[in-house]
Design a protein around this ligand. Sequence first.
Ligand code: NAD
Length: 378
Amino acid sequence: MAKDKLRIGMVGYGFMGRTHSNAFTQAPKFFDLAREPELVAVAARNKDRAEEFAANWGYGSVESDWRALIDRDDIDLIDIAAPNNVHHDIAIAAAEAGKMVMCEKPLGRTAAESSEMVAAVESAGVPNMVWYNYRRIPAVTHAKHLIDAGKLGRIFHYRAQFLQDWTIAEDLPQGGEALWRLDVDVAGSGVTGDLLAHCIDTAMWLNGGIDTVTAMTETFIKERPHNLTGKVEPVGIDDASAFMARFGNGSLGLFEATRYARGHKALYTFEINGEHASLAWDLHDLTRLSMFDHRDDGPERGWRSIHVTDGEHPYMGNWWVPGLHIGYAESFVHQAADFINGLDGVEAAPTFADAHRTDLVTDAVLKSGKTGQWEGAS
Ligand SMILES: NC(=O)c1ccc[n+]([C@@H]2O[C@H](COP(=O)([O-])OP(=O)(O)OC[C@H]3O[C@@H](n4cnc5c(N)ncnc54)[C@H](O)[C@@H]3O)[C@@H](O)[C@H]2O)c1
């Protein structure tokens, strides 16, 4: 029997436009989905490039304004893969038009923005999800299962880092199509909303809510030429951000992100220490989960490296044969599959409401970076 279609309108053809288009293309080939995703149209301001993108990925048509995408009645889901400054307006307009909405992270530039987005999807009653894709790397999902099964016991510590090195050059401009992440009006913040948001989402998923934070933030290069105005302008984003956190379960958190760690491109790592066991994960070796279990027998006790590629591991039974890798792109495939299969009753997380809670933490981190005080984060 033919499946119902899930007709997708994509906003943005950049990095995330590609990962999402790939996800919706691959998901039905590897997962048994309740509905068949169909790439109907893509909206972006540069029509020539959007047409090239549409032809490559198989979208039926192109719009040069996202509003036209929302007005179409042959689209069920609006997927927002555009910069942070447009998430709010697109998501709210889509929800008000009765469309399902998937949105890239961070949900809003501020928690105030994302709170309005939550209100819009909830009052419209439309399915919604935010692309915090790291949850669905099988080793990370496996960590969640081990923690939920109580294997670690009481949790004492959570620590995470997300390190990059691409903005160290003093003459790097800010703003415009390629460098919007350095323009605070577009991005909302620097590494706090960009990189730490991922760490916070994973942390709260694995270890529960964060109550309070104290942070230090720094902007190392204070002025940069702006690509849109041609003038040298103050830099409003945080280049580096580190914070301590108290989780609701009594454990302590330590988080750091920077774009000034020479040699690191995307070093996302986390470690969690419980009374019985610890887990550690590293994006650069993403198929492995390290585990130390104090209950193991005597002299052989030590850190073990679990190769998360077996059929019994999360998602892996749908891929190749045991021992063979999948990677970064597949985390988006898993998220697309879970969203589609969650449509008929089961809520697929993280929802807008979950992502808003992450924005509350990033807001508190930025505030504490200025006040030097502990700030409430929930
Ligand atoms: N989940 C992740 O791991 C992850 C990774 C990278 C980026 N992101 C997030 O994804 C979003 C997009 O980032 P990216 O790296 O794909 O950016 P990008 O610069 O590669 O692409 C952005 C796209 O948005 C389009 N766009 C810009 N303004 C628009 C508008 N007003 N209307 C329609 N289209 C518009 C651009 O034309 C471009 O196609 C951001 O919110 C970012 O934080 C998430």
